[in-house]
Design a protein around this ligand. Structure first.
Ligand SMILES: Cc1cc2nc3c(=O)[nH]c(=O)nc-3n(C[C@H](O)[C@H](O)[C@H](O)COP(=O)(O)OP(=O)(O)OC[C@H]3O[C@@H](n4cnc5c(N)ncnc54)[C@H](O)[C@@H]3O)c2cc1C
Length: 369
């Protein structure tokens, strides 16, 4: 149980807990993806969890980082993570966009009538990062983005570009603009779907620059930080789920194993619980720092690496302890294993984040860790 929660926070925890139980009980094998999404959305709206990510002016409850952490951890403890429909679309970068962009895109996006993507990662062999220059009253954009989640169905992509003579800028690009092309659609091991895009002389109005031109990297990192926290909180919950699976297994098999081997597994299990506790403690402490308004960039990176690495090693060990049955595709641990693997690269690989933490301390003299 998360410590030191007030009544409102405990209420969110209980609602997310009962939502997690209901979503985990859905018969996903018997349902199509769109049916799962519809069911999940209905259950989440009924539990009041769907609205946590949405601003109050659009009927949401604009939850704090700690409240979102509580909800995501509770869902993770049932093996449930970022399923489509669980949380309402969040304004993200669009909250900082021009009035023109907010009027045209934000409302339909929050209502689920438009879909967006995030274009940051580039192909490793790109000759030049995606770039733009002012031309007339707009921008001319060229380049590629290689890994846009939900890109196949996106109406727009919030894209990081290098604006000539200015610096990095986040720009909203509509996917039906002339010159925008999907060059590959693909799925990844965790079950999510993505697309690669090329941009050839794509014209975009200047109002589509999100925030100040030149401050695009900071804007992009705000978004990335929020998603890193979401991943970390969910992984903290999934660590608990994995431990529960091993505990159930130990309960069931005590009489059928020799005393010696049982004791060895109990010791491994104790270490698993300690690792889960460490990751979860870091995530909760970081959420409180974020809500306090502190610069917590390093702590967010540390929470993300601690929780994703802990989950990956825990689920790997749990599968080893439980045996081949847990590698069957439909087993919950097989699914957690696939999802955990993706989290160590998504939103920044563990090594890149550790390199950044070192740079923060050694070169920039920033942060507390
Ligand atoms: C499920 C999923 C969803 C994603 N969704 C999106 C999305 O919506 N939008 C988007 O833009 N991207 C998305 N990505 C891409 C993701 O951000 C990148 O995969 C990630 O940042 C790693 O970049 P890369 O794949 O280019 O690998 P690389 O950066 O080429 O890394 C390859 C290896 O080299 C290591 N490495 C690289 N640089 C360093 C360094 N400086 N020091 C030490 N080691 C280093 C890495 O740790 C890694 O082991 C997604 C990825 C996944 C798995």
């Amino acid at each position: 149980m998360p410590d030191f929660l007030n009544d409102a926070q405990r209420d969110i925890q209980q609602r997310a807990d009962s939502l997690g139980r209901r979503v985990a009980a859905l018969d996903t094998d018997a349902l199509e993806a769109h049916q799962i999404e519809r069911e999940t959305r209905a259950l989440s709206k009924r539990a009041g969890i769907f609205f946590l990510t949405q601003p109050t002016e659009f009927g949401g409850t604009d939850a704090t980082c700690l409240e979102l952490t509580i909800a995501r951890e509770a869902l993770g403890s049932y093996g449930v993570d970022h399923l489509p429909g669980l949380f309402g679309p969040t304004p993200g970068l669009l909250a900082q966009a021009s009035k023109h962009v907010r009027n045209k895109f934000l409302k339909p996006y929050l209502a689920g009538e438009m879909k967006g993507g995030f274009g940051f990662t580039e192909p490793s062999d790109a000759q030049r990062h995606t770039w733009a220059r002012y031309e007339g009253d707009g921008l001319l954009i060229n380049g590629q983005k290689s890994y846009v989640t939900g890109g196949s169905h996106a109406d727009f992509i919030n894209t990081l570009v290098e604006l000539e003579d200015v610096g990095p800028a986040m720009v909203l690009i509509e996917t039906n603009s002339p010159g925008v092309q999907i060059i590959r659609r693909f799925g990844s091991i965790d079950g999510s779907h993505h697309a690669s895009f090329s941009f050839t002389d794509v014209r975009v109005p200047s109002e589509h620059i999100i925030g100040d031109a030149g401050a695009g990297m900071t804007r992009a990192l705000d978004q990335v930080n929020a998603v890193r926290m979401a991943i970390a909180a969910n992984c903290a919950g999934l660590c608990g789920f994995v431990c529960d699976q091993v505990a159930d297994h130990l309960d069931r098999t005590t009489s059928s194993t020799t005393a010696g081997s049982h004791q060895a597994v109990r010791v491994q299990f104790g270490k698993m619980r300690a690792d889960a506790y460490a990751a979860r403690s870091a995530v909760y402490r970081t959420a409180r720092l974020v809500d306090h308004g502190d610069n917590a960039v390093n702590e967010v990176m540390a929470s993300k690496t601690l929780a994703t690495e802990a989950l990956s090693s825990l689920v790997d060990l749990a599968i080893q302890i439980i045996g081949g049955e847990s590698l069957v595709d439909s087993h919950p641990l097989a699914s957690v294993f696939r999802r955990a693997r993706a989290t160590r690269l998504a939103e920044g690989s563990t090594e890149v984040l550790h390199g950044n933490i070192a740079r923060g301390y050694l070169d920039l003299h920033l942060g507390r860790i």
